[in-house]
Write a protein that binds this ligand. Structure first.
Ligand code: G6P
Length: 367
């Protein structure tokens, strides 16, 4: 398949912009006409009987899994064991027989993830792969495959595959909630209606691009950057930092907002941009007080939030990127977009090789 950049300067830009469409396609596979989630045969039965789910992946795919852990706990009260593949495969994991192990991978070829998959199979786990390449080794080695329909992802730094992975993991978490009797039929339908709105919210997030471009000028001059968030915004902070370092080579760290005081606050000075990811949710006030601690020490803030959050933070004097107010399940997918754009525009301003950053490979088949 030959893929063109079209109107975009880089594949990364093209792939960021494709997200409303490909996330919509990915979701449509599992939303039934009656407004419920329909998973591949057998998955509901697995979800009903397991006493926990393991999620294993590398890089950006791992951060998708980390966000999904919050969803499995919230919507299905299902314990989740999650690890990066290069650690998981060497642990003495106490698998219970017949539990479900989910492997998340764009390429379906990452050596450590594949080895972890075989490890889980040997220990009697049902193996479900969330992969973008349907002909991949992982797809062929799994009991169940749920493909992300992101289309070919050329940029080495993953963008659209990530949000498509989130879309599928969300469907699995909601189905688990239904099969385990945690969500009522009405709650499931209401969540599914919200799922169907995700592509629109992502399209609205893309409209922040001119503002993100302005802020990227500042990031492009920084030596380091810090990303913080709570709850699902914490893995997003990790992903925002990873994206930035992959394509700009700027040293970036993602931190749980509450951990700031246990170390990274020592780094705060005028030259360190801090990207605070805090839509108005149950943890908003707590993260705002962490943000105030940074401001009090002369730190420079970019606040990524929603309209409600922006109005409450209006007097703080920081730069604000505000998405529309959105339901909690939408937030991680919509908030990922400005984080990707921030990394992309910073790199484009700096003139790095955005689609093929130095030292990185699209598919890592060494251990
Ligand atoms: C490489 C890529 C990353 C990707 C990671 C995992 O490091 O550069 O973008 O997140 O591998 O790849 P996978 O194909 O398993 O998702």
């Amino acid at each position: 398949v030959i893929v063109h950049k079209g109107e975009h300067r880089h594949f990364m830009a093209k792939e960021i912009h494709e997200q409303p469409k490909v996330v919509g396609q990915t979701l449509a596979q599992y939303i039934a006409p009656d407004g419920t989630i329909r998973l591949p045969a057998g998955v509901d039965a697995d979800l009903r009987t397991v006493d926990r789910v393991s999620i294993v992946a590398c890089g950006t795919s791992f951060y998708a899994g980390l966000i999904a852990k919050y969803w499995f706990e919230r919507y299905a009260k299902l314990p989740v064991e999650i690890d990066i593949a290069s650690e998981f495969r060497y642990r003495d994991v106490p698998f219970g027989a017949g539990n479900l192990a989910i492997f998340v991978s764009q390429s379906g070829e990452t050596a450590d993830t594949l080895a972890s998959l075989e490890f889980a199979k040997t220990h009697g786990q049902r193996v479900l792969a969330v992969v973008n390449v349907q002909t991949s080794t992982m797809a062929r080695s799994s009991h169940i495959v749920m493909p992300t329909l992101a289309g070919p992802e050329i940029g080495v730094a993953s963008t659209k595959a990530f949000t498509c992975q989130l879309a599928i993991l969300l469907c699995i978490a909601i189905a688990a909630g239904r099969s385990r009797g945690v969500l009522s039929a009405e709650e499931e339908r209401s969540l599914v209606r919200t799922l169907a709105e995700i592509p629109d919210y992502m399209a609205r997030a893309l409209e922040l691009e001119p503002k993100v471009h302005e802020l990227a000028r500042e990031i492009a001059r920084a030596r380091d950057a810090l990303f913080i968030g709570r709850g699902t915004n914490y893995p997003l902070a990790l992903e925002g930092a990873l994206k930035l370092k992959e394509v700009t080579y700027i040293h970036a760290e993602g931190y749980a907002a509450g951990e700031l005081k246990h170390g990274p606050i020592a780094l705060i000075d005028k030259g360190l941009p801090v990207i605070v990811i805090a839509p108005y949710d149950a943890t908003f006030e707590k993260t705002m007080s962490n943000m105030q601690e940074v401001i009090a020490r002369g730190g420079r803030i970019i606040l990524l939030t929603d309209e409600r959050g922006a109005s409450l933070a209006a007097s703080s004097g920081c730069s604000v990127l505000a998405l529309p107010d959105m339901p909690p399940i939408v937030a991680p997918l919509a908030l990922a977009v400005p984080l990707q754009l921030l990394a992309y525009h910073s790199a484009a301003i700096m003139g790095t090789d955005v689609d093929q950053p130095r030292n990185l490979a699209k598919s890592v088949t060494v251990e």
